[in-house]
Ligand binder design. Structure first.
Ligand code: AMP
Ligand code: MG
Length: 287
């Protein structure tokens, strides 16, 4: 598996129609992918320790997808491998009245990672060029006429690109992950949520309403991804009909990003070493 196959950095166009959502890489079977994931989780742990100790770079991981594509499962999976002190998750829901009274990036900025931390956005400000675009929700909030032009989403793509560039230039990595499932796979997942009582809570009637807008969503995803993929802040479009495959790819993307940061434990100076030796002696000789 080569994660570059799924990477969009502006050098090639993303065409959602040409993208096979049901890939499984070159894995023999699911077990082989799971073994690789286990290895990655080990790497992730030690890289995260160093990221945290160094406290220089922060990492923002954004998950976007249609309902039932596996966002929650992917978040849970990433969390399973890391020290909880070094990671936060933020879920973006329908904006509150306080959030709507600000610009759409405000709530995301408040939740952005600190140095040394990994922050996961389960949905993000991309909702403001996805669900908002599909349903014209921007027309329902108090925006001045001069903002409500036909170019409002082009303007937002630019704002988002600028914000992500700003993060990158200030020492934060931004990884954007689109879990891409087929409409058929979503149907299967919805049926499971309906048929399995333990999964009923995950299903809401609204999800089926949104499914009715599938084509509009796909167009919105394609446009947003093409407009905001950059070398520094790429999108990864992950075939997600097979969740075990998607997770193996996600693990590899995160590990390779952390490896490119190459965080190091802070160096101890000679003076500090001397001091530590003195304290050690004191402890040993304590009465
Ligand atoms: P869930 O992720 O299933 O808990 O659902 C969260 C819901 O909030 C989804 O239907 C999103 O489309 C919706 N949502 C998130 N951000 C926004 C936004 N900026 N405007 C409108 N709806 C949003
Ligand atoms: Mg949902």
């Amino acid at each position: 598996m080569n994660i570059n196959d799924f990477r969009f950095d502006g050098s090639k166009k993303f065409k959602i129609k040409d993208f096979d959502t049901n890939q499984d890489g070159k894995f023999k079977d699911r077990a082989e992918a799971e073994d690789l994931r286990e290895d990655h989780i080990m790497d992730l742990q030690s890289l995260q320790d160093r990221l945290y100790a160094e406290g220089k770079e922060g990492v923002l991981i954004i998950f976007q997808a249609m309902d039932a594509a596996g966002k929650d499962g992917a978040v849970k999976y990433v969390m399973s491998g890391v020290n909880p002190a070094g990671i936060t998750v933020h879920n973006f829901k329908v904006p509150s009245s306080e959030e709507l009274a600000h610009d759409y990036l405000w709530r995301a900025m408040k939740a952005a990672p600190q140095r040394g931390m990994i922050t996961i956005f389960n949905r993000s400000y991309y909702e403001d060029v996805l669900v908002v675009k599909v349903h014209d929700l921007h027309k329902k909030v108090a925006l001045p006429e001069r903002v409500l032009t036909k170019d409002i989403f082009e303007d937002r793509y630019e704002q988002i690109k600028n914000y992500e560039k700003h993060l990158h230039q200030n020492g934060f990595r931004v990884i954007k992950i689109f879990l891409n499932i087929s409409k058929d796979e979503q149907k299967k997942q919805f049926l499971q949520r309906i048929d399995d009582p333990a999964k009923n809570w995950k299903f809401s009637e609204g999800d089926v309403v949104e499914r009715g807008y599938w084509d509009q969503y796909m167009e919105a995803y394609e446009d947003a991804i093409n407009a905001t993929s950059t070398q520094d802040c790429p999108w990864y479009v992950i075939p997600s009909d097979k969740k075990w495959f998607a997770r193996a790819v996600i693990a590899e993307i995160i590990v390779s990003t952390l490896e490119s940061i190459d965080p190091k434990f802070p160096e101890v100076s000679e003076a500090q070493k001397q001091k530590l030796a003195e304290i050690r002696d004191l402890l040993i000789n304590e009465k």
